[in-house]
Design a protein around this ligand. Structure first.
Ligand code: C5P
Length: 244
């Protein structure tokens, strides 16, 4: 049996609470990602693949995960001319991914919505990168605008364009929820179980707090990826989500 065929197969029923935890596969190789997914087993149903793994064979691995019954969030943060975004999103939809991120520029969001038409792919908009503060926006050429205002404006544009959801930090989730309404998804990173190392995340909340603040899904990487027992770490987070 090839390594690719040894992933556990566990199709996840709709509404499974485990789906609310999205595990960030922030590892440098497919071999490490596959070993991690095997260790986590059926405690993990939904995986995020970002730049690091995507550009190291991660797109083929995404198909492997999907074939094994897992859901996949491709965190590719697309932004290009409309035609290129639309065709790129069409390819991602064909792959069978569940979530894909794009930057929240109206032209890009419009193109992404056209590209996913007829598929079950959901488009998530990244409003303002959380590493940007007001000064970074001015440096990038924006007229002075508080980052929080730009987040709100872009969340409203995403809503008006029918985008499926927003990625935002937990402290922004309540405001974003008030803008996009209850039928859009909010996906939130910056989650740390009580007592876990914050790493470079500045505004962290626990899994239960993230859910209470309005997130539908939480993205967690290091507290699971670097845990001595990644499966137990994932299970503990799902328990915290269930308790929220
Ligand atoms: O290791 P940690 O749990 O902090 O990882 C969080 C994941 O969410 C990483 O993959 C990171 O790239 C992603 N992310 C984030 N903050 C954002 C957007 C995405 O931490 N604003």
């Amino acid at each position: 049996m090839s390594a690719a065929m040894s992933l556990p197969t566990n199709p996840v029923p709709a509404g499974d609470i485990r789906d609310r935890l999205i595990i960030g596969l922030d590892v440098p190789s497919v071999d490490e990602a596959r070993a991690l997914v095997q260790r986590i087993g059926d405690a993990g149903t939904f995986y995020k693949i970002g730049y690091q793994l995507a550009y190291a064979g991660g797109l083929e691995f995404a198909r492997e995960l999907i074939d094994a019954g897992k859901k996949v969030f491709l965190d590719l943060k697309l932004h290009d001319i409309g035609n290129t975004v639309e065709e790129g999103v069409r390819s991602v939809a064909r792959l069978g991914a569940t979530f894909l991120t794009v930057h929240a520029y109206p032209q890009t969001m419009r193109a992404a919505m056209a590209g996913k038409a007829g598929s079950s792919l959901k488009i998530l908009a990244v409003t303002v990168l959380t590493s940007y503060d007001d000064a970074d926006l001015v440096e990038a050429g924006y007229a002075p605008v508080p980052a929080a205002e730009l987040v709100a404006r872009r969340a409203g544009q995403a809503r008006d364009l029918g985008v499926d959801g927003i990625v935002c930090a937990a402290p922004e989730a309540a405001r974003v929820r008030s803008i996009v309404g209850s039928d859009r998804l909010i996906v939130t990173p910056g989650i740390r179980p009580a007592g876990a190392d914050a790493g470079d995340q500045k505004r962290i909340v626990t899994p239960a707090e993230g859910i209470r603040l309005g997130a539908n899904h939480l993205v967690v990487a290091r507290p699971i990826v670097k845990a001595a027992d990644p499966r137990a770490a994932a299970e503990a987070i799902v328990r915290d989500i269930a308790a929220a």
